[in-house]
Design a protein around this ligand. Structure first.
Ligand code: URA
Length: 195
């Protein structure tokens, strides 16, 4: 009974933020994007996934992780009996960089406050960083930091457990990373109280 107004407010705040971001022109990616990819999932999620930036499919559909990498992520969640709509999924950068190039520092600087607001509204217990880019950005680590060195470790950022792991697109090329990815996912789900 107590959660209902809170829940409604969370959805409302997210919708307001989404409306704002859909109009964003803070960086040059606004000129080349098809759609802004805000993020989607359970507004009350205990577990949030943060990727790098929309790819081609995401840009076309306006939804995060709907291409091949996203389908792999969904399959891994299903392995633990978790539906994708029970978690929240978003990216550091909300618009697709042309030809999937790496985001530029000024683009990150312009876009990062949006992620911070999403985190503030959703208040996840756990954030899983998908790939080196998300991990370095959220954990403020040097640009050379290898994901293989930090994956599976638990960091605490403002009371949120942050766990870096491989990007699912990496797993499409390197199937040997799958067991580590599964382990990291299990840790995140456990810390979020979902399994
Ligand atoms: N890769 C990402 O980092 N994010 C997406 O949304 C899709 C692919």
């Amino acid at each position: 009974e107590e959660q209902k107004p809170l829940h409604r407010n969370t959805e409302e705040l997210l919708e307001k933020l989404k409306e704002e971001i859909l109009k964003c022109k803070k960086c040059r990616l606004a000129q080349t994007r098809t759609n802004v990819v805000f993020g989607e999932g359970n507004p009350k999620a205990n577990l949030m996934f943060v990727g790098e930036a929309p790819g081609e499919q995401e840009d076309l559909q306006g939804r995060p992780f709907v291409g091949r990498a996203g389908q792999l992520l969904t399959r891994f969640l299903n392995l633990f009996g978790i539906d994708r709509d029970r978690v929240y999924i978003t990216n550091i950068i909300k618009c697709r960089p042309p030809k999937n190039r790496n985001p530029n520092p000024d683009e990150i600087k312009a876009c990062y406050p949006y992620l911070e607001k999403q985190i503030e509204i959703i208040k996840p217990k756990v954030i899983i960083c998908l790939g080196a880019f998300a991990a370095r950005t959220i954990l403020n680590l040097p640009e050379k930091t290898a994901i293989s060195k930090i994956r599976g470790k638990e960091f605490n950022i403002n009371g949120i457990t942050v766990i870096p792991t491989f990007h699912p697109a990496y797993l499409l090329r390197n199937r040997r990373g799958e067991s580590d990815f599964q382990k990291d996912l299990e840790l995140g789900l456990r810390k979020a109280g979902m399994i």
